[in-house]
Design a protein around this ligand. Structure first.
Ligand code: SF4
Length: 364
């Protein structure tokens, strides 16, 4: 060996090792902590953190039937995989199911549902698919043809919320889990502040919601970073679908998403800090909150005479699709203006729907 070569080898020093096990070569820098770690340790910390969130927050009870909202996207695919693993490893005693919604979007949902059907076989989880066409008589393709691309996500978001509850009822599950991750929740906190949507702000950081409704919903990925979910799916070679919805607009949420990503680049902990801030908000007792009732038409939970889905559907069926759309309080067919800016059990208001997760990466 030449003297110069030996010197340069010496300057490089011994190969750096994973900062957790100190045995293997690191293959990634963990986005949440910036630690250089190996693949095996990454799997372990990723799964263990989710297990701890489940245990500390008492998300499940043994014997429960749990539906996983499955879109075929990365979040819900990783959720289905990890939850099946943890259920076996830690004997949670859960009966797990996949629940998918077919909005009727050609070239998007039909393809992503093929992924979910493969996941059904890969993970051995029974799959239930509920379609807008069956429930409401309309596909999103038909709705977009009638209303254009301006308010399509309003219809889609309201219909999806009910469709998930109806699918969960078909499966007779006790709980519904969704793949919303820490980035989504931080984004929603910011959007609810920007919009002054106090009702949603008060509960958007809750790990379980809807306990007083038909089916409680949980978010086991509340503290899981999106980048880590992507890495996990990549290293585990999970089968997921990553194309955006062809009708996805939602620029406002896009700005919030970019802002969060910029903050994360500067300080990864910013995501967790925003969630913590959301958790610590206290809503003034003088703030008027929605009063829960039942939709006179379909019986679904609603704080108004008709639930939002029935209002929107009526508009579609009468050829007046703008009925129930927009912020005009006077335009509310219920004539009840108590809750225009608040998400109700029957479905969210226009304001809150606009701030829903952009479906390009949507995992319900
Ligand atoms: Fe529906 Fe999402 Fe597509 Fe909007 S972006 S139409 S909410 S699937």
């Amino acid at each position: 060996m030449e003297a110069g070569e030996a010197k340069s080898k010496k300057a490089e020093g011994p190969p750096r090792l994973c900062c957790i096990c100190n045995l293997r070569r690191p293959v990634l820098k963990r986005p949440k902590t910036l630690q250089q770690i190996c693949k095996e340790c990454f799997y372990e910390v990723f799964e263990e953190e989710i297990h701890q969130v489940i245990v500390k927050n008492h998300l499940f009870k043994s014997g429960e039937r749990v539906a996983i909202g499955a879109s075929g996207g990365k979040d819900s695919t990783v959720l289905a995989y990890v939850l099946s693993e943890l259920n076996r490893r830690h004997s949670y005693g859960l009966d797990l199911f996949l629940l998918s919604i077919d909005e009727g979007i050609t070239g998007y949902r039909d393809d992503s549902l093929e992924t979910v059907k493969r996941n059904e076989v890969q993970y051995g989880l029974p799959l239930q698919i509920v379609s807008y066409k069956d429930l409401y008589g309309w596909t999103m393709d038909e709705i977009v043809k009638m209303i254009g691309l301006k308010n399509n996500c309003t219809f889609c978001g309201v219909f999806r919320r009910q469709a998930l509850d109806r699918g969960a009822a078909l499966l007779k599950v006790d709980k519904l889990v969704t793949g919303h991750n820490a980035d989504d929740i931080a984004e929603t906190v910011l959007l609810n502040i920007l919009r002054g949507d106090i009702a949603r702000l008060s509960r958007c950081t809750s790990i379980t919601t809807g306990e007083d409704g038909p089916i409680p919903r949980c978010k086991p990925f509340k503290y899981t970073y999106e980048k880590e979910i992507v890495m996990y799916a990549y290293f585990k070679k999970l089968d997921y679908f990553s194309t955006e919805c062809i009708y996805s607009p939602n620029a406002y949420r896009g700005f919030a998403r970019e802002f969060i990503k910029d903050l994360e680049r500067l300080r990864p902990k910013a995501i967790l800090d925003i969630i913590k801030s959301g958790e610590d908000f206290r809503i003034a007792t003088t703030t008027k909150m929605p009063e829960q009732g039942t939709c006179e038409r379909c019986g679904y939970i609603s704080s108004q005479k008709w639930c939002k889905a029935c209002v929107l559907l009526e508009g579609l069926n009468r050829g007046l699709p703008k009925m129930g759309i927009g912020r005009s309080r006077a335009g509310d067919v219920n004539g009840d203006h108590r809750n225009n800016n608040k998400e109700t059990k029957s479905g969210p208001s226009v304001k809150s729907i606009e701030s829903r997760k952009q479906c390009g990466s949507l995992d319900f």
